[in-house]
Design a protein around this ligand. Sequence first.
Ligand SMILES: C[S@@+](CC[C@H](N)C(=O)[O-])C[C@H]1O[C@@H](n2cnc3c(N)ncnc32)[C@H](O)[C@@H]1O
Length: 323
Amino acid sequence: MNMAINPPHNGVDPEVQVFLQDVISGLSRDQKTLPCKYLYDESGSRLFERICELKDYYVTRTEADIFSGKLEQMASAIGPDALIIEPGAGNCEKVEPLLEELTSPAGYMPMDISPEILLAARARIQARLPNLHIHAAVGDFTARAVWDELPAMKARRRVIFFPGSTIGNFDPDQASVLLSSFANRLSTGDALLIGTDLDKDPVVLERAYNDSEQVTARFNKNLLKRINTELGADFDLSMFSHRSFYHPIRQRVEMHLVSLADQSVHIRGETFHFREGETIHTENSHKYTLEGFKTLLKSVGFSTAYQWTDPSNHYAIHFAEVY
Ligand SMILES: C[S@@+](CC[C@H](N)C(=O)[O-])C[C@H]1O[C@@H](n2cnc3c(N)ncnc32)[C@H](O)[C@@H]1O
């Protein structure tokens, strides 16, 4: 198993160092911001699992319905002896039925930044599919290291599985860079099976990210708790509130933490001032149209063979091949 976590050097854990730098640089901007990948420590990943079960959060349910209705078609589009690679695999629940449907899969390579959830998922899948070759990689899928062992994984065809609308967390420019990096790690004939949330009624969108049980609010605020625990900061969680809203021009739902007063926060010798009402931008969830996403895929080297949607056109799963 690849555990891409470097050992501490001279008492300084390099991962904590990078986290600290990212937090300091994000909070030093005019619009304070924090990278959304840090939302997923162990508690954040567990809270995200609860979000996926919420009635208001239609994304997971709708995607699951498309998967269960089209599983046979997806497996036949992928074909036999394929290696499935899943960046940002989380609890790996969505891939299980697909792995079971595929003919003699060559292997499964889940990747995630959050080791606890990934390693638990790996054990669960291995128990269910004892003959499947699984190689779990802990690390950042936007960096090279986590992909380094891919060439050693032999298969007739490699397929990147990227569900959950995780691509929506990237701005369109960054999404293009990421998808292009996926294409570059594959060869002609390899493929991508990817889920995107579709643009729709803002009422539906805003309800999904402001659920009545406040789980999304806890998920968002957990990031400040994590910064307190891991970086010794002194955020007062009761002085920040959760806000999500749809931005029609940017076609995205933005998630922020709002400062409820003028206040200062200290992190390892640095002081950050917040005005009352000032926000920290913590996540974007971009929404696509079917045609828009097809064009984006084409521009980075994938030709779309299938687009499956639900009856309300709320969500889409795209199957595209490297050309
Ligand atoms: C929106 S969740 C989706 C999880 C799962 N694929 C699904 O569809 O339910 C995003 C997952 O990607 C992981 N993640 C986010 N950014 C990442 C990054 N840059 N590198 C590795 N994993 C990342 C998170 O830890 C989380 O498990």
